[in-house]
Design a protein around this ligand. Structure first.
Ligand code: SF4
Length: 332
């Protein structure tokens, strides 16, 4: 199948103080297929949100390309940009901050429809808003209330209803559940999964919590300090994490079944996250990696397909042939 989204060697840099450059995203490549959920995971500051926003066209790219449905999203004319935003919508981490506190829920959900001139008849628009409220598990009677009258989980449902207002194909969900209570997180995940099945949605799911991403994702990309370091299916990543950083993240996830004794060795990362203004030479993870070797400081590790569709950028796997990006061999 043809990927619906293709990210090729994406760089995104920002100007920082004193004429310095913050290298938020460096040489990131991956694709997402229609109907798939792709999880992008890493600590805060790893660049995953910047990837999401650059894909959405909210940030200009520094280098590389992003193709959505075969079109370069940074080269769309005005009309094509308008159509693009009907197809691609975003769900944010903090539902409260993303909702206008002075608008009723009805107006919050209707706003994208008005911007895109979807309905000329007010009643048709209202009917659609009420139907959306029901779709996300809220009561129709809530339409005239204000965001502050709702719980965090309900506000995220309002945010999801708003994202669905234009009937998009693709949703970038940026930490959609990390601000919610654990009990509510599962409900929102279930809602997203149900909506995906019903509507054939494609998701880019951005999160810092690997256990959360595992539940919902088909494939996962792990990011560290602006770089993607590992890319494979959710299953393969959990069964056999290859990159030392992924191994450390995995060792921090508690085993859910209390009957199973946790004999795993917890990998504690030494040191702090380096600054993306002055990232380490060679492998960006080398200052915290328990396996760092001499080559790790002099050479950026190339991508290698260690087992089928399991890609990693790490010198520990230098006996496997190198490729210019994950999936590069598969695309040829
Ligand atoms: Fe560690 Fe070297 Fe692999 Fe980087 S390339 S993760 S420093 S072993």
């Amino acid at each position: 199948t043809k990927p619906v989204l293709q990210v090729d060697h994406l760089d995104k840099y920002f100007n920082a103080a004193k004429g310095q450059t913050l290298q938020a995203v460096r040489d990131v490549s991956f694709h997402i297929e229609k109907g798939e959920t792709f999880g992008l995971v890493g600590e805060s500051g790893c660049g995953k949100t910047t990837v999401g926003r650059t894909i959405m066209g909210l940030y200009d790219k520094t280098a590389g390309d992003v193709f959505y449905d075969g079109q370069n999203v940074h080269e769309l004319d005005k009309q094509a940009t308008f159509a693009f935003y009907r197809n691609m919508q975003m769900i944010f981490q903090d539902p409260y901050a993303s909702l206008n506190p002075r608008s009723t829920v009805k107006d919050v959900i209707a706003e994208p429809m008005e911007v895109h001139g979807l309905y000329t008849a007010k009643q048709a628009q209202l009917d659609r808003v009420l139907a959306l409220l029901e779709e996300v598990g809220l009561n129709r009677d809530h339409a005239n209330r204000y965001p502050h009258e709702f719980s965090g989980g309900q506000r995220q449902r309002i945010g999801i209803a708003r994202a669905l207002a234009l009937d998009p194909d693709f949703i970038v969900a940026d930490e959609p559940i990390s601000a919610l209570d654990v009990s509510v997180q599962a409900q929102v995940i279930n809602l997203l999964q149900r909506l995906q099945q019903e509507k054939g949605l494609t998701f880019l799911f951005i999160a810092h919590d690997l256990s959360m991403v595992k539940q919902i994702s088909d494939r996962i990309g792990v990011m560290y300090l602006g770089n993607m370091v590992e890319l494979t299916s959710s299953e393969s990543l959990y069964q056999q994490p290859l990159h030392p950083y992924t191994q450390a993240l995995m060792s921090a996830i508690p085993i859910p079944d209390p009957a199973i004794e946790d004999t795993r060795e917890r990998i504690i990362l030494k040191g702090d996250l380096p600054s993306p203004i002055n990232p380490p030479s060679g492998c960006v993870f080398r200052t915290r990696c328990p396996f760092a070797m001499a080559i790790c400081s002099s050479k950026v590790p190339e991508w290698r397909e260690v087992t089928q569709d399991h890609y990693v950028a790490c010198h520990l796997y230098n006996d496997v042939p190198e490729q210019s990006s994950p999936e590069a061999a598969a695309q040829q």
